[in-house]
Ligand binder design. Sequence first.
Ligand code: NAP
Length: 327
Amino acid sequence: MKAAWYQKNGPADAVLVVGDLPTPKPGPGEVLVRVHASGVNPSDVKSRQGLRSPIAYPRIIPHSDGAGIIEAVGSGVDSERVGERVWLWNAQWQRPMGTAAQYCALPASQAVALPGEIDFPAGACLGIPAMTAHACLFSDGPIKGRWVLVTGGAGAVGNAAIELARWGGAHVIATASGTAKMGLARTAGADVVVNYRTEDVVTRVKEATKGKGVDRIVEVEFGGNLETSLNCLTTNGVIAAYASSAQPEPPLPFYRMMFAGLSVRLVLVYILADAAREAAIRDINAAMESDAFSPHIDSTHPLAEIAAAHARVESGHAMGNVVVTIE
Ligand SMILES: NC(=O)c1ccc[n+]([C@@H]2O[C@H](COP(=O)([O-])OP(=O)(O)OC[C@H]3O[C@@H](n4cnc5c(N)ncnc54)[C@H](OP(=O)(O)O)[C@@H]3O)[C@@H](O)[C@H]2O)c1
């Protein structure tokens, strides 16, 4: 099969190789998926760079997200699933063989039915971005009629969070920088969009919520935005954070937060509890089927140009998801 892989950490164009590898066979409880689209996420890029830990396998086919068609099943898996269109999650989480290849064998539960009208590139944007957004939004009770602040509303996770929050019946305020990113956040359905680099976010949030503040924050920069977040939240509000790159070890003002009854939820999408995972899968498919959610794709790149796809994610200029297509 055609595949991309790396055998050491380093820059994308130096370590990513595209070539032929043996096609895997589905083991017991697994499905073999003919992959047509493979999502590139910041964590795939960080793993390739070796930012958090050195390479854990002799050879890694990168990417956890993907979409394609089940071509074969292992023992114990219903053969009726052959031919099913699916989206994949956690394909390369603690496993060496991800979705940047024509074939991927993985546990059957990690291949989820893709609604009929959704194409494969969109299906490759769900495992990490949409499930992270869902977990941040829905892990602390209903959001219908509540105010949600989504920071980084043009990001892959943030943009999905806006659409899923609207699907869930919330009012949404999004932050973004620059005209294009603000437009993308608005197109996704944000009621209010704030340029967090040029405007005062707290003032705009207080205006929109008539002084009350937001009930939830879906946060891309926990530490860097903490002071702003504390001033934006209403009593008993929740910050659901999935990254804190600028300030990884922020001091927490305990009593200030305690006297407002605030909660902090930290999400790592790879290890969602079963109930949260099942709810995310159910809701993401339902939102897509009702046209309420459609992942925004920044760019697609053929497998041969996977290094360019990684570079696009690393650039910080991507608006939404970066996808590798596989013929
Ligand atoms: N914990 C998890 O399970 C999980 C899951 C998915 C992703 N992540 C992590 O989350 C981060 C974002 O992922 P992504 O795929 O959404 O990346 P992305 O598509 O590159 O989006 C990141 C967005 O964050 C915005 N941003 C950066 N700093 C900001 C700030 N201080 N305030 C408001 N917005 C800010 C950027 O917009 P501007 O250019 O306007 O600043 C950009 O649009 C990455 O570090 C990734 O590794 C974690």
